[in-house]
Write a protein that binds this ligand. Structure first.
Ligand code: ARG
Ligand code: ZN
Length: 874
């Protein structure tokens, strides 16, 4: 059953108000719902039956305007409750019984380590009660929760608490009222024995907001960072977007079992514990940064998502793309913009490009889907954010802000489309974005190929730029898109040249954004005394693949001279990619490009460089990225080539790496600023490289760092280096002592699992099977599944792509097993297999066979069905 955007119809009935009463028990929950419904005047379907979605509900009773309906007056279809004949306006009362304690899908109301919690986006509310569960039905909610007071002293829902009291049998209740109309996907409920962390925030207009975090008692010491990040986010959204918070209270709850990262429920954000809890002792620098970004992301949704929401799920990127763009701007402002850009582009080019080239490729605004949960993708989120970023770049800061103000003002309280968003940007700026809209409609990563020529006599340098958008499933013969292409030119000393685009021009700008709108363009630059070196797609100004025949000479030059920090990094990546690719399949003794080590030596020893950028530049392109770039990937060969380069660099740069380590090793108190983070990153990279060649001095340093670290970044860095080295006895000891120390902290145990599952040395399949038997492993906890199975298949490529096919069979088996308990997780976990066409024949045929095995399983969920069938099609 495919759902099409083209078949969108406005809802036949609207809900003005929802009154909910939850009776929570150990063996289930009774949900009383009273809906105030009226016919939608905009709907053409006069006299249509009332249609309410439902999923896994036991219906106890239905009443219309107070009279209980007889069995013949409604139809309980299982996935829907249909009342054929209803008046223009009425109250409908529905009572359902659900079993949160047996809910392993983690959609709707479920239990996680003893507490009740919810996840309703996208279509989880229908697992709680019968309801028109679509985002364009917006209602005011009032929610009364009743539960045992001893076991569930804290009872939370959206909005403000308006009443509370005692009930018989040791039970109590709290009533919440949310004054803002909202779609059901933003509903939330939490009941548990939680500690409360309090703080306050004064908004720009002087209102005092109560900030609350609710966590299990053992996590009470891990809230401060997220609380501060929340306050920074609130201030930033006021300063940069003029968005003030609207309720009197804002709450965050941490839960251990959660399918995704976090959820922006109105006034009551629910987080996966791993995306919110942190302390110096248990969280790495990367975790802290992730938490800051996710806290900001969910908070920003209050405007981009909640106040203005999506008309239907095809518009998901309306809120997600915009909000990811907003959180990336925020992170850039909180730290280093260049580093943040490098991180975002790395994810985009490695994973989103792969998605866009695979069987599940879809536009930022999809035209159809079977299961919406499958569309919480890198394309909707990250490419969607890139699309908004391009609008920002085309309009500039000021007009973009004008457009965003207009968007929020015009659509406050509405459920709208990506087209409405673009329209607001157009109306505020006066720019024509009609061709730009193709970014929302056409899937696939545009390929932009650049050719250059130089006429020494005339002093003219020419760029011929062509774009081509590859076919994707169901989409061929695409139109050229509107691509902002930022560039500059450098002279042979590395100085930026003025970009004069006509013969008369003298002092042209040093950087231009060329706007590509045709399949082919030619640009000429005048007054150039020598052939320049081009710096292309600066700051990654559009989500495209650039092709240009860079020489290694040019890349080395750009690495040290490009004024654009992102392009410096990118030149280094391209050089490393080129060197590694040229070694794939060559004999062991083939020479590694000597200039690569020279370039890295310069990076290591130049203290005048931004150390945060250096730390990024020293990271070799990942295997996943190399696979993405390959035509018919032979993973073991790619792995071997990359390892050879790594070991070569470690060998050549031994002394420089040791010196870098000594210089940057932290003295004094632990800091979480950008400088300290860069220093830790440099040390851990240096350590990792040296340990890859089993350097004895590095071994001493790693053991010492492991023993004495006062923070998780350094402790885990040392552990990782030991685990990936050939020092097997040290590895065993370190893993054991790490586990002993942190066995009661689930977040750290997840790190411990993932260090092993990702290790080429330690993470072979037999060891993975042992990890699955470990007492700390839990099939019902998505984080544990991801940290072992997900990390193995997604990050330990050489082990997963074992030529004997064992990795594929293993993954297929786990996916089938998980599909019965948690289809969303199964459907995500299968991703590596869906890329089977990308690999050399010996591998792809076995991957395909594994997928066919999944296809033939009994009771395939809709989630997995869609992904597996689309991957095998065509
Ligand atoms: N809206 C959430 C966020 O991006 C994601 C929740 C999606 N959940 C799901 N089960 N598909 O902030
Ligand atoms: Zn989001």
């Amino acid at each position: 059953q495919t759902i099409y955007l083209s078949e969108y119809k406005v809802p036949a009935y609207l809900v003005d108000h929802v009154d909910l009463r939850f009776e929570l028990f150990e063996d289930g929950a009774r949900v009383h719902s009273t809906l105030s419904v009226r016919r939608n005047p905009e709907s053409a379907e006069a006299g249509a039956p009332l249609f309410l979605h439902g999923d896994s509900l036991k219906l106890e009773s239905v009443a219309l305007n107070g009279s209980v309906l007889a069995a013949g007056d409604f139809e309980d279809r299982g996935d829907a409750l249909i009342v054929p004949s209803v008046p223009e306006q009425f109250e409908l009362q529905v009572v359902t019984w659900i079993e949160p304690q047996n809910n392993t899908r983690l959609e709707g109301l479920y239990k996680s380590s003893g507490m009740f919690c919810t996840q309703c986006e996208a279509e989880g509310f229908r697992c709680i009660t019968f309801y028109p569960d679509r985002p364009d039905v917006m209602a005011r909610f009032r929610t009364r929760i009743e539960a045992d007071k001893g076991a569930y002293p804290v009872l939370l829902s959206n909005g403000n608490s308006v009443a509370q009291g005692e009930l018989e049998n040791g039970r109590h209740f709290v009533t919440w009222e949310d004054p803002f109309p909202k779609p059901a996907y933003l509903f939330a409920l939490v009941a548990g024995d939680l500690v409360e962390k309090k703080n306050t925030f004064t908004t720009c207009s002087g209102r005092n907001i109560d900030l609350r975090m609710y966590v299990e008692p053992r996590n009470a010491q891990k809230c401060d960072f997220a609380m501060d990040a929340l306050k920074r986010s609130m201030r930033w959204d006021e300063d940069v977007y003029g968005r003030e918070y609207d309720l009197d209270i804002f709450m965050i709850v941490a839960v251990d079992d959660f399918n995704m990262g976090a959820m922006e429920n109105k006034g009551l954000n629910i987080f996966n514990s791993s995306c919110v809890l942190a302390s110096q002792d248990t969280a790495t620098d990367a975790t802290f940064q992730r938490i800051e970004a996710i806290v900001a992301h969910e908070y920003f949704h209050n405007w981009s998502g909640n106040r203005v929401t999506c008309r239907d799920w095809f518009q998901l990127s309306l809120k997600e793309g915009f909000t990811v763009f907003r959180d990336s701007q925020f992170s850039a402002d909180m730290g280093s913009p260049t580093v943040k850009r490098i991180e975002d582009v790395t994810l985009l080019r490695t994973a989103q490009f792969a998605e866009d080239a695979g069987p599940m490729a879809h536009p930022v605004r999809p035209a159809s889907y079977m299961e919406i949960s499958n569309f919480y993708t890198l394309t909707i989120y990250e490419k969607g954010a890139e699309v908004v970023r391009m609008i920002h770049n085309l309009l500039g800061d000021e007009l973009f802000r004008k457009g965003s103000d207009l968007y929020f003002e015009r659509h406050d309280g509405q459920a709208v489309t990506t087209d409405d968003f673009v329209k607001a940007m157009e109306d505020a700026s006066g720019r024509d974005l009609s061709q730009f809209r193709l970014w929302y409609e056409q899937a696939g990563t545009p390929v932009v190929s650049v050719e250059d020529d130089y006429d020494a006599d005339k002093g003219v340098y020419g760029l011929t730029i062509r774009q081509n958008i590859p076919d994707t499933p169901g989409q061929t013969g695409k139109k050229p898109q509107h691509i902002p292409f930022a560039m500059g030119l450098l002279d042979s000393k590395g100085q930026p040249l003025p970009l004069n685009i006509s013969a008369g021009e003298q002092d042209g700008p040093l950087e231009r954004v060329l706007e590509l709108t045709e399949a082919e363009h030619r640009f000429e630059f005048h007054g150039l005394a020598e052939r320049p070196v081009p710096s292309l797609l600066r700051d990654f100004s559009a989500p495209v693949r650039v092709q240009y025949p860079w020489s290694r000479e040019q890349l080395l030059f750009l690495m040290s001279h490009d004024p654009d920090g992102f392009n410096r990094w990118d030149a280094g990546q391209r050089l490393a990619v080129d060197v590694i690719q040229s070694l794939v399949g060559t004999p062991e003794q083939a020479e590694v490009e000597p200039r690569l080590a020279d370039a890295y030596r310069k990076l290591l020893n130049d203290a005048s460089l931004d150390q945060a950028l250096v730390a990024k530049m020293l990271l070799l392109p990942s295997e996943a990225y190399l696979v993405e770039l390959a035509e018919q990937a032979d993973v073991p060969a790619i792995h071997a080539a990359r390892e050879r380069v790594l070991k070569h660099l470690a060998q050549e740069l031994k002394d420089d790496l040791l010196a870098c380590y000594q210089r940057n090793r932290e003295q004094g108190d632990y800091q979480l600023g950008p400088d300290a983070i860069a220093r830790r990153s440099l040390c851990n990279t240096a350590l990792g490289w040296l340990m890859s060649i089993d350097d004895e001095r590095a071994r001493e340093l790693a053991l010492e760092q492991f023993r004495s670290a006062d923070n998780m970044t350094d402790r885990l860095g040392a552990l990782r280096a030991l685990v990936n080295s050939g020092f097997a006895a040290d590895r065993e000891q370190a893993l054991e002592s790490f586990y002993q120390r942190f066995s009661d902290d689930p977040q750290v145990v997840e790190l411990w699992f993932s260090v092993q599952a990702s290790s080429g040395q330690a993470g072979q399949l037999p060891h993975i099977l042992q990890l699955l038997e470990h007492p700390a492993f839990d099939w019902k906890n998505p984080n544990k599944v991801r940290s072992v199975v997900g990390v193995f298949a997604g990050q330990n490529l050489a082990a997963f792509h074992n030529p004997d096919g064992s990795g594929y069979q293993f993954l297929a088996g786990q996916v089938c097993r998980l599909d019965d308990s948690n289809p969303q997780i199964a459907s995500r976990l299968v991703t590596p297999l869906t890329r089977w066409r990308k690999f050399a024949p010996a591998y792809s045929s076995q991957m395909k066979a594994a997928l066919e095995g999944i296809r033939d399983k009994d009771n395939l969920s809709r989630d997995l069905y869609e992904v597996v069938h689309k991957s095998l099609a065509g």
